[in-house]
Design a protein around this ligand. Structure first.
Ligand code: C2E
Ligand code: MG
Ligand code: MG
Ligand code: MG
Length: 290
């Protein structure tokens, strides 16, 4: 495309295009300052053991309430951050927030692990492991209490280049998880070579299983493969009790999803954890028990 920025705007004739262009320009302009001034939030979604219902960890999820557009979907924020060269600053801010939040919960008697999503762009930065080590030390977090999630397609686009950084992260003792598993072109050979501890089965497979117990092929195969490689399996997007029961039966060790809890701010998470004793946890355990 040869048009200059000004000419492009004049040639726009579809209203939805001009809206999208406006949105892209505004968001790309605002994101660096939003990161710099910390005008975003990190929310958390609890994760539980599938057989006991015990809450063991929480995934950090980015939230940005933009003054003009309101809620901006995290994948859109991430893609803008990648294009504007701010992704590493954003990732560090999310990791730091999440680890501080974990320390706050721990001080209140709730010891949880933390999962944070990272992108291929993060893994192309050789400084990431040192930054992670510094944030772990600053917050007094044991490395194994932090899991970094990288999407399957993310790892597979550039496995050679990511491998050195993944190895350095693994050497720190940080756990690594392959997110959205089953949606990419997973290569068994690579999965074996990557220093990962966990796979997270994509929500789409879980949702199919929730509709029909016969739709278990992908999950069953994934669990078999993962367990063969000594990996832990998490099922994401559990929206129903029957979905929870089915993934537990298929051998997924952990579950996450709206049926357990929706993502919520850190302070709300602490209230939720404090209320999550006795009956609620017991009822979940009974529901999950097979
Ligand atoms: P993800 O890592 O697979 O995270 C799970 C997404 O599914 C979250 O969406 C969560 O809110 C949603 N979810 C959880 N349980 C359920 C459920 O039972 N049903 C349904 N329908 N959805 C459920 P969210 O927060 O919109 O994030 C979307 C994606 O954006 C994430 O997918 C992750 O890939 C990315 N993302 C979010 N926060 C960050 C971040 O801080 N850094 C990076 N690099 N990526 C992030
Ligand atoms: Mg994730
Ligand atoms: Mg996921
Ligand atoms: Mg997903």
């Amino acid at each position: 495309y040869a048009a200059k920025a000004g000419a492009t705007r004049v040639s726009v004739y579809r209203p939805e295009d001009s809206g999208a262009t406006h949105r892209r320009l505004v968001l790309a302009g605002d994101l660096p300052r939003a990161i710099e001034h910390h005008r975003f939030e990190v929310w958390f979604q609890p994760q539980a053991e599938s057989d006991t219902g015990r809450v063991t960890s929480a995934e950090a999820l980015l939230r940005w309430d933009h003054p003009e557009f309101g809620f901006v979907p995290p994948p859109e924020i991430i893609s803008i951050a990648e294009r504007t060269g701010t992704i590493r600053a954003l990732t560090d801010a999310v990791i730091s927030d999440a680890l501080h939040q974990r320390a706050t919960w721990a001080a209140a008697g709730h010891l949880l692990d933390i999962a944070v999503n990272i992108t291929p762009a993060d893994l192309r930065d050789a400084d990431l492991p040192a930054a992670v080590a510094r944030m772990l030390a600053e917050t007094g977090t044991p490395p194994a209490a932090l899991t970094l999630e990288i999407t399957e397609s993310g790892v597979m686009t550039d496995p050679e280049r990511c491998l050195a950084v993944l190895d350095a992260l693994a050497a720190l003792g940080v756990r690594l998880s392959v997110d959205d598993f089953g949606t990419g072109y997973s290569s068994l050979a690579y999965l074996e070579r990557l220093p990962v501890n966990e796979v997270k089965i994509d929500r789409s497979f879980v949702q199919r299983l929730e509709l029909s117990e016969h739709d278990a092929t992908v999950i069953r195969a994934t669990v078999a493969l993962a367990h063969d490689l000594g990996l832990h399996v998490v099922a994401e997007g559990i929206e129903t009790r029957v979905g929870w029961e089915r993934v537990a039966t298929l051998g997924c060790e952990q579950i996450q999803g709206y049926h357990l809890a929706r993502p919520m701010p850190g302070s709300k998470t602490l209230e939720w954890l404090a209320a999550d004793t006795g009956e609620r946890a017991h009822e979940r355990a009974a529901a999950a028990h097979l």
